[in-house]
Design a protein around this ligand. Sequence first.
Ligand SMILES: NC(=O)c1ccc[n+]([C@@H]2O[C@H](COP(=O)([O-])OP(=O)(O)OC[C@H]3O[C@@H](n4cnc5c(N)ncnc54)[C@H](O)[C@@H]3O)[C@@H](O)[C@H]2O)c1
Length: 385
Amino acid sequence: MARKYTAAIAGCGSIAHAHMEGYALVDEIDVIAVADPVETARRQYMEEYRIPHGFATVEEMMAAVKPDIVSVCVWHLLHAPMTVAAAQGGAKGIVCEKPMAIGMAEADRMVEVCETTGTKLVIGHQRRFTPGWEKARQLLRDGAIGEPLWVNCTVAEGLANWGTHAIDGARFVMDDPKTLWVMGAVERQTDRYERDTAIEDACMGLVQLERNIQLFVQSDLMREGASAGWFLIRGTGGLLDVSETLVRLMNAGSGGWTDVPLDMKEGDGAIGGNTHAAQMRELLAWLEGGPEHRGSGYKARDTVEIMMALYESARHHRVVRLPMEEKEYPLDLMIREDKLPVVVPGRYDIRAFLRRERIDEAAYAKLRAEGMGHNEIMIRLNQRQ
Ligand SMILES: NC(=O)c1ccc[n+]([C@@H]2O[C@H](COP(=O)([O-])OP(=O)(O)OC[C@H]3O[C@@H](n4cnc5c(N)ncnc54)[C@H](O)[C@@H]3O)[C@@H](O)[C@H]2O)c1
């Protein structure tokens, strides 16, 4: 029997496996096509997940099979063009990976085009579905620590990479307060990239949210304890220590730190399949007239703006009030303006191990058949070069 919705994957790499595991749990969706310029990558997906159609480009895929839903699972700089291609190609719903975009021009273009085409846009901040974050939001709504005053996020591996999750998560548990201003500092003395996007060596930012809440984020300054899924919240009446699968509370009645029981569903705990399935299900509900998705493009756009404002503040040595005027990627602008001279020359990408072009595909197939995870294989095979 035909399922109600068809879906397709753009970019057959690491995170697309998690999307596939999510789709497999959603009865209403049938994945019918993939697009990837690397033939071995799309062939692998077609065989592993029994997907009938494969294409080199998203445009060809949209024209040929017209999927209802598209998962955009390519590197950051392709998120906007591919979301636009999918929306203009007729997609009713899109789940585009994080970070939504690099620069406000791209983020706003994604929102505008999807509004024009009537496409529902979701960004892959799937941790909004983890039991820890859901519980923390409920506790805050119930006033367990009074009014939140201060949130601490410590991340690594690039602000746009992990930081987008932590900042977005802190916003989620506090019911997405608006941002008023951002003050930031950035260091970039090496020619550092993450998935083809220029990134900082380290940065930190103070974010003023409405309701008198301040959020402090530091990235790549302290590796110990850094996490894309953890934050600490101090409120007028207590403290909340939050991660995806663990929430600890301290308030006047708790008798010190106490673990809060979570509403664990089967399979919860992983950041993969099950949260992706939940993300897809909420998209279906939105498509059928339900409320805006908790990870909508509208919400993710505001997370991007915090990160861009942090860079823009460092660029101008001043507080940046939102909405910010600069639409380009301020870090790129700083590099072009020679404000961040490279002291240790030599471009490198902290996710270079994901590149598939030069790996031994026969060795890949063998390790995969033995059950090894995609990233582990890629690290091993790229190290051999
Ligand atoms: N939500 C999360 O927790 C999470 C986790 C990991 C990665 N991501 C995000 O997912 C995105 C992809 O990262 P990844 O680690 O899966 O990368 P990856 O390198 O493993 O996969 C990317 C795939 O895209 C393909 N591709 C390149 N150009 C293309 C094009 N023009 N059309 C179609 N396919 C193309 C590549 O050949 C590759 O197979 C990134 O933006 C990353 O930040 C999100």
